[in-house]
Design a binder for this molecule. Structure first.
Ligand code: MRU
Length: 364
């Protein structure tokens, strides 16, 4: 996507040296656009763990390139397994991490060590390119849902609510939840997006708002707790969120707070869609509440907040009293019964095993 007239992906191989990996440091947005150079697997692991990169598809792509960097240092069988283990341990919830590493390892194990590095870069590039194509397809399929809402609301903008950042910054390009929004904008459908701020790390306020602003899409940042009220008052036509892991039965793990939005949407009759590339579907499990590991992150993310002060400096301040403790479950699970439909690269389907089976017969 474009930032100030220049096209970016979120991850790319440095064209000058042909091997180091460049990423956008998302912890610095929206205050600064800083590009970071990754030169070894440990740096890639740190980038995922410290959330310089985040979002399920981008985590997967970064892990794939992290494996490439690890193999440059040592292409042996032992190093392949050890680097995959190192990267797999960085974050637990987004299944794209395991998916990408499994795919890389399966491709590379039969390759002789001398040929492994080149094969690894080729496979990582395929993963990145496929992510872009899948998200574009999600955009085309999701367009139908927004167009339907536009027909039901002639003469005004369609109001879409989204949570967290499932935009192009969470993927290699285009985004999952935002892809239909970008396609709808391109087709001339008037749109307005309600952007949940998404405490504690504020990916909505800092990243989704940044993206939509750069794309010229009308949007309003709201406190996380405002969504239900807006739905009750007819101010949300549909919600589209992303996912970090979807079970084969259609349960959806996504950024904390998604479940509450889905409950409010169900109560108010607002359609609630989840945009999900197949790399985010965990075909091995059915019950999301029981079987999806939920990451617990540092209490400091809840106890503190970061922003830009009037003098232009970016500062972190404490927002809870000294002595109070804070808990920080980073994801929740929205049961499939609350999901109006899944938007995949192969089309839209019910959030059920039968719905997914119809689109991905080879997987079930
Ligand atoms: O904690 P994050 O920023 O890695 O959270 C992941 C997400 O960005 C969201 O849960 C998102 O909606 C799914 S990724 C397309």
């Amino acid at each position: 996507m474009q930032i100030d007239g220049r096209a970016y992906r979120t991850i790319w191989v440095d064209p000058d040296d042909g091997w180091s990996v460049r990423i956008i440091d998302q912890t610095r947005l929206p205050w600064a656009l800083e590009i970071v150079r990754l030169t070894d697997a440990a740096q890639a692991a740190h980038a995922i763990r410290a959330m310089l990169v985040r979002g399920a598809p981008l985590i997967g792509a970064t892990a794939a390139y992290g494996l490439c960097l690890g193999l440059r240092a040592d292409p042996s069988d032992a190093a392949l397994e050890a680097t995959a283990t190192l990267l797999a341990a960085t974050r637990p919830t987004a299944v794209n991490l395991r998916w990408a590493l499994d795919r890389m390892a399966a491709r590379l194990r039969p390759v002789a060590p001398a040929a492994r590095v080149a094969a690894a870069y080729r496979e990582a590039a395929r993963i990145a390119d496929e992510d872009v194509a899948q998200n574009q397809a999600i955009g085309r399929h999701g367009l139908d849902l927004i167009a339907r809402a536009a027909r039901a609301a002639p003469g005004r903008a369609v109001n879409v609510l989204t949570h967290c950042n499932a935009g192009w910054l969470a993927t290699v390009d285009w985004g999952t939840a935002t892809a239909p929004i970008y396609v709808a904008q391109a087709t001339g459908i008037p749109l307005h997006v309600w952007v949940d701020e998404t405490r504690p790390r504020n990916q909505g306020a800092s990243l989704t708002a940044y993206e939509l602003g750069k794309a010229g899409i009308a949007h309003t940042v709201i406190a996380d707790n405002a969504g239900g009220h807006l739905m009750q008052h007819g101010q949300v036509d549909l919600a589209i969120v992303g996912a970090d892991r979807v079970t084969r039965a259609g349960d959806v793990a996504n950024k904390i707070g998604t479940y509450l939005k889905a409950l409010a949407a169900k109560d108010t009759g607002v359609p609630f869609f989840v945009a999900v590339p197949s790399s985010t579907i965990d075909w091995t499990i059915a019950d999301g509440v029981a079987d999806i590991p939920i990451e617990n992150r540092a209490a400091s993310e809840v106890a503190e907040i970061t922003g830009r002060a009037a003098d232009g400096t970016v500062r972190t301040v404490r927002v809870i009293p000294e002595g109070s403790t804070a808990a920080n479950p980073a994801f929740d699970v929205t049961p499939a019964r609350l999901v109006s439909g899944l938007i995949t690269e192969r089309g839209c389907c019910a959030a059920t095993e039968a719905g997914l089976r119809a689109l991905f017969p080879e997987r079930l």
